[in-house]
Design a protein around this ligand. Structure first.
Ligand SMILES: Cc1ncc(COP(=O)(O)O)c(C=O)c1O
Length: 401
């Protein structure tokens, strides 16, 4: 951290307080603005050749060039590390830039990555690319049973990569179980925590090594920025920063870091509202005769409801469901919504709804999609923070019309 920024933050602060004040950072020599400035600069001027050389060699702390570090982006990284309970964090220009920096920063040709079977479509696409072009072995398994996880580990497995809850099936994976198996065998664990945010789940507390977010989602929360973050040990973050972040270059712009810092201030409040509303929407859907199946961890009928209670602080804002009329009924309903917006992405204050088979997961071949549990009629709903009665009424009229 540069001398420009100083830390002063009581460790005992609760999550919502940390999310507002927790960067604990005061900009030295500033004019006392409540909100940190946006350092909208590509580069930083050196006072002398010697200073420039010392900054490059690491003898002197300080900024050099925004791809190598920027004060506004660092404020965000420090706050993410704090909220995830990690030593350190890095910010990227998208969730996929974060995921590719992790996968390509850790895995080498000939290594094996063990993945959970339900993954975000583009993560699946990147893994296929690594398999085809860089001779990385990839296998996708259910990851619910400890013995199955142990059996799937190969001598060349270097990384276990998972999403919990999975996109879009909401399938859960026991973080303590997987990280225990991984630690025993000396394998890293990376968890995509996008669906819950650090407010509802903190994988590092369960022994996982790296946490990843599409910050485009709950961390930003307002649908106005595309970004990604990762958090983990100081050594791991340094390794990724000096290789795949610096050299692939998928960094976050200072203005976008500012928007995410603003989004984080209301994260706790928004997540409480998402949780409460999604529970009511899921109960409504489950009781509706046109709905054949609802996947929401907060429902007692959800097969992993007990695991959800154990490792998540709340059940989140995402629901997947199937209509009795299958694909045709889903299309009919989606085309008749008024309030819920037909759009990919999730975690926004607006309610968003989409059809994974033709949208986010269309890149995944149909057979693989079915193995992931994504039927052609499955609909994914990201419940926003509007009046919950209005959301329910919109879904009702679209299904019944
Ligand atoms: C679970 C999950 N991970 C990663 C991503 C990729 O994030 P981004 O769109 O910010 O690149 C998404 C995007 O929808 C996602 O849902």
């Amino acid at each position: 951290m540069s001398k420009l920024l100083t830390k002063m933050m009581p460790k005992e602060w609760g999550f919502a307080t940390q999310a507002i004040h927790g960067d604990g950072i005061k900009v030295e020599g500033g004019i006392g603005s409540l909100v940190p400035p946006i350092y909208q600069t590509s580069t930083f001027v050196f006072e002398s050749v010697e200073q420039g050389a010392n900054r490059f060699s690491g003898l002197e702390e300080g900024y050099v060039y925004t791809r190598l570090g920027n004060p506004t982006v660092q404020l965000l990284e420090q706050k993410i590390a704090l909220l995830e309970g990690a030593d350190s964090a890095l910010a990227f220009g998208s969730g996929m830039a974060a995921i590719s920096a992790v996968l390509m920063g850790i895995v080498r040709t000939g290594d094996h990555i063990l993945c959970s079977r339900s993954l975000y479509g583009c993560t699946f696409g990147l893994l296929k690319l690594m398999e085809e072009r860089y001779q990385v072995e990839v296998s996708l398994i259910e990851m619910t049973d400890e013995e199955e996880v142990r059996k799937a580990i190969r001598p060349n497995t270097t990384l276990i990569y998972l999403e919990t809850p999975a996109n879009p099936t909401m399938e859960l994976i026991d973080l303590a179980m997987v990280s225990k198996v991984a630690k025993e065998t000396g394998i890293y664990t990376a968890v995509d925590n996008t669906f819950l945010s650090p407010y509802l789940q903190r994988p590092i507390e369960y022994g996982c090594d790296i946490v990843i977010h599409s910050a485009t989602k709950y961390i930003g929360g307002h649908g106005d920025v595309v970004a990604g973050v990762i958090a983990g040990s100081h050594d791991m973050m340094k390794q990724i920063q000096m290789t795949t972040q610096k050299d692939l270059g998928g960094i976050l712009a200072p203005m976008d870091a500012f928007l995410l810092l603003r989004g984080l201030k209301t994260l706790a409040l928004r997540m409480e509202q998402h949780n409460g509303s999604a529970q009511l929407v899921a109960e409504f859907l489950e009781s509706h005769p046109f709905v054949s199946r609802v996947y929401y961890p907060g429902l007692p009928s959800f097969p992993q409801h007990e695991l959800a209670k154990k490792q998540m602080k709340g059940f989140g804002g995402i629901i997947a469901f199937e209509l009795t009329g299958g694909y045709e009924a889903a299309v009919h309903m989606l085309n008749r919504l008024n309030l819920c917006r037909l759009a990919v992405s999730l975690g926004d204050v607006d309610t968003l709804i989409q059809h994974p088979a033709s949208m986010t997961h269309s890149i995944v071949p149909q057979e693989e999609r079915w193995k992931m549990g994504i039927s052609d009629g499955l609909v994914r709903l990201s419940v926003g923070i509007e009046e919950v009665e209005d959301i329910i009424e919109d879904l009702r009229q679209a299904m019944e019309r």
